[in-house]
Design a protein around this ligand. Structure first.
Ligand SMILES: C[S@@+](CC[C@H](N)C(=O)[O-])C[C@H]1O[C@@H](n2cnc3c(N)ncnc32)[C@H](O)[C@@H]1O
Length: 263
């Protein structure tokens, strides 16, 4: 294991992008130090087996893997290892939010060997309060065995005292936001989706432990909130920095590089 640089809270974290292994970095955050976590982990899509249909042009779930993949992560873990890793991430996330904190954990259900694989094995035992359906735009469905998949899920994992901001409950639990275009990251959030989440809470410090191109940071900044962004890829950390760099009102920006013990 490579030793990581010791980080100090809050100076090394608030409004910073930290480049390294998310669990190692989250372990350096004190208990109850962030109000809200908004994130989308890698979905382990390269580990897809296919959907159990003999034919189905375009319908194989192995084709659901990102076309170009991530720059520093191959998204292809053995399923049990992946579940264990995500549960370790969630354990850290739960530790660092306060009694009125929440985690919006975006994931995607899929079909493995012909059977629906929801993500219950990851979230089991964590305080899931609600599932929000994020309805995305559909594509073309060549697969005669399945209706066209059009949604992802957002698990609202909340501690007991978490409350929504005033009137946010009126949004309901099915949210329609189209995919983000004009972003070179292979799997970016739409900015408007993250603005909806952040403005539905009273949070002041928002962490994204898989921040990719920095969408959560951008949304937080637009709403006048503080952010902490973590990603394993130096390329994406730079991308996030560039995205925030304009206008120049973000304070003291830099990417802190951490060495990873995971890979
Ligand atoms: C689904 S993407 C997040 C995209 C982000 N929501 C956006 O709007 O751009 C998942 C991210 O997790 C990062 N990642 C993978 N393994 C990681 C690890 N061990 N530690 C930190 N980041 C990791 C990948 O580099 C990728 O950018």
């Amino acid at each position: 294991m490579i030793e990581t640089k010791k980080l100090d809270y809050p100076d090394d974290f608030i409004n910073q992008f930290l480049c390294g292994n998310t669990v190692d970095i989250m372990k350096q955050l004190p208990d109850e130090s962030v109000d809200l976590i908004v994130t989308s982990p890698p979905y382990n899509l390269k580990n897809s087996t296919g959907n159990g249909m003999k034919n189905g042009r375009g319908g194989k779930w192995s084709n659901a893997a990102l076309i170009n993949g991530y720059s520093h992560y191959n998204d292809n873990m053995a399923h049990d290892d992946y579940v264990q890793w995500q549960r370790e991430c969630l354990t850290e996330m739960v530790r660092i939010i306060p009694e009125n904190g929440a985690i919006f954990y975006n994931h995607k259900w899929r079909v493995q060997a012909g059977l629906l694989q929801d993500r219950n094995d990851i979230v089991l035992g964590f305080p899931v309060r609600q599932i929000i359906i994020w309805k995305r735009k559909g594509g073309i469905n060549f697969n005669p065995g399945y209706f066209l998949p059009t949604y992802e899920v957002i698990y609202l994992i909340a501690k007991p005292k978490f409350k929504l901001a005033k009137k946010a409950n009126a949004h309901g639990d099915i949210w329609e936001f189209g995919q983000e275009s004009k972003n070179k990251h292979p799997a970016p959030f739409p900015v408007a989706l993250i603005e909806r989440i952040i403005s539905s809470t009273n949070a002041k410090i928002i962490l994204d432990p898989f921040m990719g191109s920095g969408t959560t940071a951008l949304a937080a900044k637009r709403l006048g909130k503080n952010f902490i962004g973590i990603d394993i890829s130096p390329e994406y950390c730079e991308m996030a920095l560039q995205r925030l760099d304009n206008p120049s009102s973000v304070m003291n920006k830099k990417v802190v590089h951490q060495q990873s013990s995971l890979f």
